[in-house]
Write a protein that binds this ligand. Structure first.
Ligand code: GDP
Ligand code: MG
Ligand code: ZN
Length: 339
């Protein structure tokens, strides 16, 4: 009988599977290799005698870090050093939304002159949105029990800018755990090649975390401007209530979001506008890619030596092919991001 386990590490051809507290080194069945399906850390698999026979459907998936089936994302910020960055926090929150993974918020370095107004602001903005919030000091070991509690029994990914104290928090819970990887901004900017493999490790008892190089590509340059509102619950609730169906809630007349702007936190709304602009840049870019291709096609047609009189029908079909190519290119680009 095949057992159902979870891949916690992948190393070249070897897949390490945990099942019932034991670890198994496995290889893929030939048939799986041929299927070319994406197998990542976190995947649940059926295996028998060191061979993985089947990969079960992923509940969720984050491409970078490349991991599936995680329970939650813990977004770590520092209240000072570096200064609390609400926009960055909102960015992580939106990413968690995008990948459909629950998030919890940790505010670390509470030992550094944490004023009441900061605490108040944090609760005022994020509590109504339904987020669990903990304040910690990895240094003074404050709030570590609460931090442990929010991780308890789950598989979590910690994310947050470099220097906010992620490693210190993990250390405060389990000093023996020597994580290999560094957070994303500690090592590279986008473009520099690094191996982005991750590993699920036991933090304590049944609590697991993903040892990961961190999130990369945190810009919203892969979706349409109109989709950004879906990542903000307080904006999404007005979906369909604006006068114009394609309303971006910026300056449009009859915008339900603007009519209720008093109920939305201004820093959240500003983040929304900023991310929408990033998405607009993306939209412009693919639009330009489209027109450029079409221009090239028509140029080629015009300058074709064998002076051709392309029938309207043929021209139409040529245009369609060009469009399909563009669509495919865009699609592939998206896939590249998703995979
Ligand atoms: N004052 C203070 N410093 C901290 C705290 N947690 C971490 N640090 C310091 O912040 C720096 C970055 O911490 P680190 O855990 O490496 O952050 P990471 O990049 O998020 O993993 C280190 O110098 C830590 O000693 C804290 O709670 N209070
Ligand atoms: Mg670190
Ligand atoms: Zn609107």
């Amino acid at each position: 009988m095949a057992e159902k386990g979870q891949i916690y590490k992948i190393h070249s051809d070897f897949y390490y599977v945990s099942f019932n507290g034991n670890n198994y080194e496995c290889k893929l069945r030939e048939v799986l290799k041929k299927q070319k399906q994406k197998i990542v850390v976190g995947d649940y698999v059926e295996f028998e005698n060191g061979a993985i026979e089947k990969v079960l459907p992923k509940i969720n998936y984050i491409p970078r870090p490349n991991v599936a089936n995680i329970d939650q994302i813990i977004i770590v910020s520092a209240v000072k050093e570096p200064e609390l960055d609400f926009k960055q926090l909102n960015r992580y929150i939106c990413f968690a939304k995008y990948y459909n993974i629950p998030a919890k918020l940790c505010f670390n370095k509470s030992d550094l002159s944490l004023d009441d107004s900061t605490i108040e602001k944090v609760f005022q903005i994020y509590e109504p949105l339904g987020y669990d919030i903990v304040f910690t000091s990895a240094k003074e070991k404050d709030g570590i029990e609460e931090f442990k509690e929010i991780l308890e029994g789950k598989i979590s990914v910690l994310c947050g800018n470099s220097g906010v104290g992620k490693s210190s928090l993990i250390n405060a819970i389990n000093p023996e755990l020597n994580l290999r990887t560094k957070s994303v901004s500690e090592k590279t900017e986008r473009g520099t090649h690094t191996t982005r493999h991750c590993e699920i490790v036991n933090l304590t008892g049944n609590t697991k975390i993903v040892d990961t190089p961190g999130f990369s590509n945190l810009k919203f340059d892969f979706l349409m401007p109109a989709e950004v509102g879906n990542l903000f619950d307080e904006i999404k609730q007005y979906k369909g209530s604006c006068k114009f169906a394609d309303c971006l809630h910026e300056t449009e007349a009859g915008c339900a979001v603007l009519e209720n702007i008093g109920d939305i936190d201004i820093s959240r709304y500003e983040s929304y506008l900023a991310f929408t602009n990033e998405a607009k840049e993306y939209k412009e870019r693919i639009k330009y890619a489209g027109t450029k291709r079409e221009r090239e096609t028509s140029f080629k047609n015009k300058h074709d030596k064998i002076a051709v009189k392309i029938s309207t029908k043929k021209r139409e079909s040529a245009r369609n092919t060009a469009k399909q190519k563009i669509h495919k290119a865009v699609h592939e680009d998206e896939n590249e991001r998703i995979n």
